[in-house]
Design a protein around this ligand. Structure first.
Ligand SMILES: Cc1cc2nc3c(=O)[nH]c(=O)nc-3n(C[C@H](O)[C@H](O)[C@H](O)COP(=O)(O)OP(=O)(O)OC[C@H]3O[C@@H](n4cnc5c(N)ncnc54)[C@H](O)[C@@H]3O)c2cc1C
Ligand code: FES
Ligand code: FES
Length: 1354
């Protein structure tokens, strides 16, 4: 191998003789990096975080699915002399692939200390950052977009975010903030685009009408934003440009522990290397190989990286079509095809359009920017989205090896088995030719996945038909499906049968019958959803059939006309940019500007979060002698441990020791309430993911590799996995709870109708963007240990760590700066990890750290309890419910954890907002072999209320009455009593209901929907309005207490500490607002550093929505004490400043430190006697949602949602609206999208964002209105406010019932009426299966019990 200047390159010698590595040169934030030991297996993310200490870029999943790790890569393309900027996932980018690349991270574009970039500032000021863990990634996606296109449209912004997830905000504020950069955005960034600049005009607190002069509808003021000037961006390093020009044809070799990276500079060299190393793995984008190495434990000793070889990147226009080099990225291919579509005659571009349609929903932009077309083909995945199009279109592939090239047709001979192709070992894919279509050819592509954005297909398809010119006679037909076999397949039999036939109803019928026969699936097939997938093959063909009919008619061919009612089935989904309204009551105009209570103040960490300066637990710099820990967990749901063999693990590089139960100096027994768990499983395991031991090593990689090498022998025992299995075997924890009021028997006698039903609600993964993490640092004396933990429960962590270490609690300090989301998932289950890390740190007397990988976190830590509800409801002809008997079964898992309280809250919400005279609820805790389920926003309330809304909708449906009338009829009124005998006072629900009806224009909408549904057969719209009443307080009375500690320093600055933790919900911001008001000083003088057990002891977990109430009151008391102490100095010097008074008090030897304590009065409900107050008060809300369902695919669109929420006098409307929207979107995930799949053996199959889908940007309702109920002071909480964290989540049930309403309309078309069972979530599969029609009839489900399903409903 020779360089262009004729000199021999070092890499050639390296690759042949096995000597050292080349230098890897790249730039990070303008700084040159020369790496002489680049490890081919190291990702850019690890390099940034661990080697460069750039911790702004976050790790959320390590699989390209969350976008938290987004950075921008820039390179100079010599042949076009262009600078290319791309957003990419640092978690998948091999550091070796970065030679001569400029990396820009969030730290590189701005900082709070230096200067903020507008992209950072606007997301923060628009309230688009709550926990902030997703924020740097979102900032970088937006930044990369603006580098390429300084004046984007909203559609560009939405596309840029296809690969980013946020679990907190509900996305609306992020879009709103970034809208200001767009042409539609209303803000020109100071540039004065059409109609002047809002920065000059200002738009704060717009009032919505003259009567409501204090009604505000803007949460931020764009006039406060710094202008955006694209000319001021960081320049591409000039040195890098000259290096690029000079070294463009260098070959490279990098060697690591287990792999060598060979980067050939020419095609010849590539082919020679492939010849020498036929087993070498070719890597281009690494989006597939990266996953294999990380999650499938694959080791590829030789990696060939041909990404920069010109022939593999070439795009050539030929007579037959366009030829793309195999290393062309999907983004590049998309751009070329788009241009071709714009310039070529339409009949030539049918295939191109089909490819573009698939690319629209292919992964996120970060993946498309690096993933190559060749990588997609060669992965040979059965659910590839492009391969069906390539196959249906008859694309040609050029394969090449050292001896020559051959061209093959991409047909069913090419894919020879699951992820196998007909390529020979020494061959590689050179290029693909995508053909032009002909005048009589029509092509369509379809992708159906649980979520539209960035999701794997359930079924993906492409269809191509060619007609005899001027006729509707089929000359050629290719029907290609993915997701229906181990490879992409052609439905050849069906296609052959239809050749020569005319395109009409008869052909359709035959096609469907034939496809139903040909596209079969084993009922146990991986991925499940068997009937649904089979039905989809027919439904998608039907869509194609209708589309082609239309096109034939447009060409003047005499075919039947597509009925107007069927047209919507042919429409291609185009997302609409969401619009939103937020309404809240502005503070009185005469209020002091220093008093920020009630104002939409920005989250106080938001700016730091947007710049990456905010420090999360794993961002704490490494201690010099720090070690890393990886867990060893059970692979069996229920088994005796026969032996544990650590010999292989202990010999592995970097390993320091293994840790097991024997290393515990204190007690192995643990658990948040009952000590019914062990820190390390001892003899028996009771769930997959049960912690058995741990391995400690010098690095994360070494620890994780060694943990996988620990061998455990099991004796398997029969597991109990599902609720139904637990019921059958009576596997319950005690107690069984009952809550009863009235006379049930009399109630049922009085009823005109009695109806019975049941429903199952799936669980939910918290999916906090930051996984669990603990860093334990032994202090070296008296058994002291300091722990940095991402936990909602600092004191509980302290006590359980002390217990396992056998030391008094006063030796353990737990510190929490902030969490990257919690949602209940970090209330008790965090101690699974912290106790283990503490034991290891204690054993080794060295700092030990562990941050769980996403898959581990999902496997081990449990989530929201799945519930099964069974009910019998008695009601009058009017719809008035008079009797209810309901039983709840929760899948509790392998320990009690907080499950009894969760179940109790479900029972305390079993009637939701409805008054029922005679009621009995029973609750059962199912003991199963799943990881213990735990707290999750709503804490059982949503499950309790969901079953209630289900019987309420059944009642309406069975009577044929409008559901909203029946709901309204049954609503509580002021002064009525709940089944737990709590009188409802200050009852604002009716006001919320009426406002929601009018704001949503309910009746108008209903009429429009009915009309729409009459006019459309295959898309149906639905509408539902749902109330919520949520009890505020911990149901365990003792937890309703809080403490605060306030120090005033002599310079007047205030350090505030309280018992609550910050997880994005804005608690610290609200507490500073409270302290500011009480002390009468601006918030800028007050600081909260962290939550710690040595400042405020015995704190309750930050949970139950009550933290502002409890801690706010404690802060108020502490501040009042201090204020009282300062009073004499104020009186003495009334014109003096705060600093004067503080100094005077100090010199007078007055203590400037005080604590405050608060306990909620008069609480203490007793289930045994059904007496005592359960809740301090209730939060109320109502939501109305409209959806549109595609009856053929089961997909749905969230068209509109209107929420009216009573949050009392809001402490901070921006934060409260953020909680309403974020909670609502999390509920939307729970009720319509998120599905955890477990195998019948209790193995969690969905362990990351690739398979578990939380709502994405595109799931926001197109119109979203949130109104905080005005004039609703609450006399039971701080400054008349109300709790808001959990209550809004349930309002997403309005979407579920709107979907059910739409399905009812679809079923009516098939003559089916009356109540029907729809379990939660209303996934696309469930929706499609419920919309019974001619296609579903052809694909009936297999008889249960005759096969072992891939997953079971737990
Ligand atoms: C988050 C995420 C989302 C995704 N979404 C989708 C999706 O929506 N639809 C979909 O279809 N796929 C999806 N994928 C899969 C993946 O992105 C694609 O398969 C991608 O095109 C692979 O390209 P790559 O360059 O990254 O491949 P790499 O990982 O670099 O390589 C993949 C395979 O192809 C082989 N290979 C690559 N080039 C050649 C060549 N020239 N000759 C011979 N072998 C070669 C490699 O050896 C390897 O086996 C997704 C992946 C991720 C991580
Ligand atoms: S961490 Fe990279 S995409 Fe999630
Ligand atoms: S703010 Fe987006 S994940 Fe928390």
């Amino acid at each position: 191998m020779r360089g262009t200047n004729g000199t021999q390159t070092r890499s050639q010698t390296g690759s042949q003789t096995g000597s050292g590595s080349d230098e890897l040169i790249f730039f990070v934030n303008g700084k040159k990096i020369i790496e002489r030991n680049a490890d081919p297996e190291m990702t850019l993310l690890t390099y940034l975080r661990r080697k460069l200490g750039l911790t702004g870029t976050k790790l959320g999943c390590a699989e390209g699915g969350c976008g938290a790790c987004t950075v921008m890569l820039s390179r100079y393309q010599t042949h076009t002399q262009q600078l290319l900027h791309h957003a990419v996932n640092a978690c998948l980018a091999p550091v070796c692939s970065l030679h001569l690349v400029a990396v820009t991270t969030v730290e590189g574009i701005g900082s709070v200390a230096r200067k903020l970039h507008p992209v950072q500032e606007r997301i923060a000021r628009a309230h688009g950052s709550q926990c902030g863990f997703c924020t740097p990634g979102i900032v970088m996606s937006m930044y990369a977009l603006l580098r390429n296109n300084p004046t984007p449209k909203m559609a560009d912004v939405e596309e840029a975010f296809h690969g980013n997830l946020c679990r907190c905000t509900g996305y609306r504020p992020i879009l709103e903030g970034y809208k200001t950069f767009t042409v539609e955005g209303g803000c020109c960034g100071g540039g004065g685009r059409g109609g002047g600049c809002c920065m000059a005009n200002g738009n704060e607190a717009e009032t919505s009408s003259e009567e409501d002069a204090d009604e505000a509808s803007s949460l931020f003021n764009a006039a406060d934003f710094a202008p955006f000037d694209p000319t001021q961006e960081v320049i591409f390093p000039p040195e890098l440009m000259s290096l690029t020009k000079g070294q463009r044809s260098a070959s490279l070799c990098f060697r690591g522990d287990r792999a060598v990276w060979l980067q050939p500079h020419s095609l010849d060299e590539f082919l020679r290397l492939k010849w020498e190393h036929p087993d070498a793995r070719v890597v281009v984008g690494n989006t597939e190989v990266g996953i294999e190495v990380k999650f499938k434990n694959m080791v590829y000793p030789v990696i060939l990286a041909p990404a920069f070889i010109p022939e593999l990147n070439a795009v050539t226009h030929t007579e037959a079509g366009i030829v793309f080099g195999a290393a062309c990225t999907l983004s590049h291919m998309g751009a070329v095809l788009k241009q071709a579509v714009e310039t070529l005659p339409p009949h030539q571009t049918e295939v191109f359009l089909a490819v573009l349609e698939q690319l629209r929903w292919f992964a996120g932009l970060q993946i498309r920017n690096v993933a190559a077309v060749g990588g997609n083909i060669m992965t040979a995945s059965p659910i590839s989205d492009l391969n069906p199009v390539f196959m249906a279109a008859g694309c040609k592939l050029t394969l090449i090896d050292k001896d020559g090239r051959r061209v093959v047709q991409m047909d069913d001979m090419f894919f020879t088995g699951y992820r196998r192709t007909s390529l020979r070992p020494q061959e590689v894919l050179l290029s693909i030719e995508i053909p032009y279509s002909t005048k009589t050819q029509f092509v369509s592509a379809f992708k159906q996945s649980p979520r539209r954005e960035d999701d794997i297909s359930t079924v993906t398809a492409a269809m191509s038909v060619t007609f005899t010119p001027g006729t509707d006679v089929v000359e050629d037909l290719k029907l290609s499906y993915g997701g229906m076999a181990a490879t992409t397949v052609l439905a050849k039999k069906t296609a052959n049968r239809l050749l020569g036939r005319r395109w009409g109803e008869e052909l359709l019928q035959e096609a469907c019958t034939s496809l139903a026969e040909e596209m079969t699936l084993d009922p146990s097939v991986p991925g499940g959803m068997v009937s649904y997938r089979r039905t989809l093959t027919l439904s998608l063909f039907y869509k194609f059939y209708l589309t082609v009919l239309q096109k034939l008619r447009q060409q003047g061919v005499n075919v039947e006309e597509v009925g107007a009612d069927c047209l919507s089935a042919t429409e291609i989904y185009r997302p609409e940019t969401p619009s939103s309204v937020q309404v809240y009551q502005a503070v009185p105009k005469d209020r002091s500007p220093d008093d920020v209570v009630g104002r939409p103040m920005m989250h106080l960490s938001a700016l730091k979060q947007a710049t990456g300066e905010a420090v999360y637990c794993d961002d704490v710099p490494l201690y010099e002698n720090e070690l890393y820990l990886a867990l060893v967990t059970s692979s069996k749901a229920h088994a005796n441990i026969l032996s544990i063999d650590t010999s292989a693990a202990e010999c592995m590089p970097g390993v320091v020791c293994c840790v097991f139960a024997d290393d515990i100096p204190g007690s192995n027994a643990t658990g948040p309430i009952e000590y019914d768990e062990t820190v390390f499983a001892h003899r028996q395991v009771t769930c997959v993911g049960h912690v058995i031991g741990a391995v400690v090593a010098d690095t994360q990689l070494h620890a994780q590799r060694a943990a996988k090498a620990v061998r455990i022998q099991y004796e398997e025992l029969q597991p109990v996995v599902t609720i139904q299995e637990a019921i059958a075997t009576q596997s319950f924890y005690q107690p069984i709870r009952t809550l009863e009021m009235g006379d049930l028997e009399a109630g049922f006698k009085q009823a005109d109708h009695i109806l019975e039903g049941e429903m199952h609600m799936g669980g939910q993964e918290h999916f906090y963007l930051e996984t669990n993490v603990t860093l334990a640092v032994p202090r070296g004396e008296d058994g002291e240990m300091e722990l940095f933990v991402s936990t909602q429960a600092a004191s509980k962590t302290q006590s359980l760590v002390a217990k396992v270490l056998g030391v008094p609690a006063n030796r353990v300090v737990v510190r929490v700066k902030r969490m990257g989301g919690g949602f209940g998932g970090k209330e008790s289950r965090t101690t699974i990890l912290s106790t283990v890390v503490a034991v290891a740190a204690n054993k080794l007397k060295r700092p030990v750290r562990c941050m769980l990988d996403r898959d581990e976190d999902m496997l081990i830590t449990g989530g929201r309890h799945p519930f099964y509800g069974k009910y019998k409801v008695g009601f009058l002809n009017s719809g008035k419910v008079v009797a209810l008997d309901v039983s709840y079964y929760s899948n509790t898992g392998n320990s009690m954890d907080l499950s009894l309280s969760v179940l109790e809250r479900a029972l305390l919400h079993m009637e939701n907002s409805y008054s029922i005279a005679n009621v009995r609820g029973r609750g059962f805790l199912c003991r199963t072999n799943l990881p213990s389920n735990t707290a999750f926003r709503g804490f059982g309330g949503p499950q309790g209320m969901m079953v209630a809304e289900n019987w309420m909708s059944d009642v309406a449906q069975s009577l044929g009455r409008p559901a909203e009338e029946v709901r309204r009829l049954n609503l509580y009124v002021e002064g009525e009593s709940t089944p737990f005998r709590q009188i409802l006072d200050q009852f604002t629900l009716e006001r919320c209901w009426d406002e929601c009806l009018s704001r949503s224009r309910y009746q108008e909408r209903r009429a429009a929907i009915d009309l729409y549904n009459r006019k459309n057969r295959w898309t149906k719209r639905g509408l539902a309005i749902v109330p919520t009443k949520f009890g505020i307080s911990f149901t365990a009375a003792f937890l309703n207490q809080a403490g605060a500690l306030v120090h005033i320093y002599t310079d007047g600055s205030v350090l505030l500490t309280h018992g609550g933790t910050e997880m994005g919900q804005g608690l610290h911001t609200k507490m500073i607002q409270v302290a500011g008001r009480v002390l009468g000083i601006p918030c800028s003088k007050i600081h909260i550093s962290e939550t710690s057990t040595n400042t405020v002891p015995n704190s309750s977990p930050t949970a139950a929505s009550a933290s502002s109430d409890l801690n706010g009151a404690a802060v108020q008391k502490a501040c009042e004490t201090l204020l009282k102490r300062l009073e004499p100095y104020k009186t003495k010097n009334p014109k003096g400043s705060w600093e004067n008074w503080v100094t005077a008090a100090y010199f007078d030897r007055v203590s400037l430190s005080a604590n405050g304590f608060y306990r909620t009065p008069d609480l203490g409900y007793d289930f045994e006697t059904n007496s005592g107050r359960a809740f301090n008060y209730f939060s109320y809300g109502v939501a109305c949602s409209e959806v549109e369902v595609d009856c053929l695919t089961g997909a749905h669109k969230n068209l509109s949602t209107t929420i009216v929420m009573d949050v009392g006098h809001s402490l901070n409307p921006a934060i409260d609206i953020g909680q309403v929207e974020g909670g609502f979107m999390q509920g939307l995930g729970l009720f319509t999208l998120e599905e955890l799949h477990y195998s019948p053996q209790g193995v969690l199959l969905t362990r990351g964002p690739g398979s578990y889908k939380i709502p994405a940007f595109g799931d926001i309702p197109t119109q979203l209105t949130v109104s905080l109920l005005r004039d609703a002071p609450n006399d039971k909480a701080i400054f008349a406010s109300k709790a808001v964290g959990e209550p809004p989540l349930f309002l997403a049930a309005s979407v579920f019932f709107a979907i059910k309403d739409a399905i009812s309309a679809a079923r009516a078309e098939s003559g089916i009426s009356g109540p029907f069972r729809l379990d939660s979530p209303a996934s696309a599969e469930r929706i499609r299966n419920a919309c019974c029609d001619r296609f579903t009839k052809l694909c009936p489900p297999a008889e249960p019990g005759t096969y072992t399903p891939w997953s079971v409903q737990v």
